[in-house]
Design a protein around this ligand. Structure first.
Ligand code: NAP
Length: 332
């Protein structure tokens, strides 16, 4: 019986992807990893003219390897058509430059929403009730001498959400279940949402005690949470950042915390992660996480699968499943 001959297409990988994702991709495509090439430039020069498909991830998923997909990098691949990203945030890719070149970028929305909202809430409970500090207190043998100090509380609090998107809404649902009042700020008010809307971020910060940041990281959101927003949040205020480190002015945050102009903070993300400012590490009442918002086996597998499904759908001429807003499909 005649064997149908199938040409396997190649996918270029600028950064390492989780092994399970690479295995799934390898079932369908030939993989060309760039991160471990002895001569990366020579490899790119040799393969780039044929490449249509690329798969990448945020450094937090790519084992810390930072390789932003810039306009210059895209220009090395004249036939590039699609970049599949593992992560709903895609600030590692210049999506505007991709659009200008007719390249589609896909991300992994929805599948990580609940996990990230859970992490935000864990961070909030940890910061409010000082749970990591209480754990350390037990381990350090301090309990027999003295009870752990009383903490602040979630009771009678209002939670302001900056960026009421998929994750912001899931955080709001959890907040309601905990008896919190909810309000929000984003660039536009949403229909059919009953939570009070503040078109000025500082007004939201003034009206709430807990400010949760859930916007994308982008040129528009750099240092959105600045000194005046923190001052509006006030001395009982708690800042939770589950978005991107760039959204918070870290220097202003460090000043506000050290001068007790806000009460505390819970941070999953940092401007220059994995480096964390020494001033924050030295503040025992602040809770710091190593960017673990979506970091469970279940959710990372689902994110990886969605990225793979995007590339397969595109390669089969079915179009991408989850293109980002800047690169709509059909191509705009
Ligand atoms: P989404 O559904 O697109 O929601 C983003 C929200 O931010 C929207 O409501 C948007 O509303 C608002 N927004 C955008 N730009 C804004 C601005 N300049 N000022 C105020 N609000 C703005 O996205 P998502 O799925 O919820 O994800 C949100 C972000 O969370 C991701 O982009 C990613 O960076 C981060 N994230 C972090 C982790 C982690 O591990 N820590 C995990 C997953 C996601 P308007 O358009 O009306 O302004």
């Amino acid at each position: 019986m005649a064997q149908e001959s199938v040409t396997r297409e190649s996918v270029v990988l600028p950064v390492p992807l989780p092994p399970l994702v690479q295995d799934k991709l390898a079932q369908r495509f030939d993989l060309i990893p760039l991160w471990n090439a002895p001569d990366r430039e020579a490899l790119i020069a040799r393969i780039a003219p044929q490449i249509r498909l690329m798969a990448t991830a945020l450094p937090v998923i790519a084992d810390g390897v930072k390789h932003p997909i810039t306009a210059d990098f895209m220009d090395r691949f004249p036939k590039l058509e699609i970049i599949g990203n593992i992560g709903v945030g895609y600030d590692n890719i210049d999506a505007g430059a991709a659009h200008a070149r007719g390249i589609i970028v896909t991300n992994t929305p929805d599948v990580l929403t609940d996990e990230t909202a859970d992490t935000a809430f864990g961070l909030l409970l940890s910061a409010v009730r000082q749970l990591p500090q209480a754990d350390r207190y037990v381990r350090e043998g301090k309990w027999p001498a003295k009870a752990f100090p009383l903490t602040t509380s979630l009771r009678n609090r209002t939670m302001g959400i900056v960026g009421l998107g998929r994750i912001g809404k899931a955080i709001a649902q959890r907040g309601q279940a905990f008896g919190l009042k909810i309000a929000y700020h984003s660039r536009s008010q949403q229909q059919n949402i009953a939570y009070p809307y503040y078109d000025k971020l500082e007004d939201l910060a003034r009206a709430c005690d807990i400010l949760v940041v859930a916007t994308p990281g982008s040129a528009q959101t750099v240092n959105l949470i600045n000194a005046s927003v923190l001052d509006a949040l006030g001395p009982d205020g708690i800042l939770i950042n589950i978005a991107r480190g760039t959204v918070v002015d870290e220097a202003a945050l460090i000043t506000a915390l050290s001068e007790k102009r806000i009460l505390t903070a819970g941070l999953d993300v940092f401007a220059k992660e994995p480096e964390v400012p020494a001033e924050l590490i030295a503040m025992p009442h602040v809770v710091l996480l190593p960017h673990v918002g979506s970091a469970t086996h279940w959710t990372r597998d689902a994110m990886g699968q969605l990225m793979v499904d995007n590339l397969i759908a595109y390669a089969q001429a079915r179009g991408p499943l989850t293109p980002v807003a800047e690169t709509p499909w059909p191509r705009g």
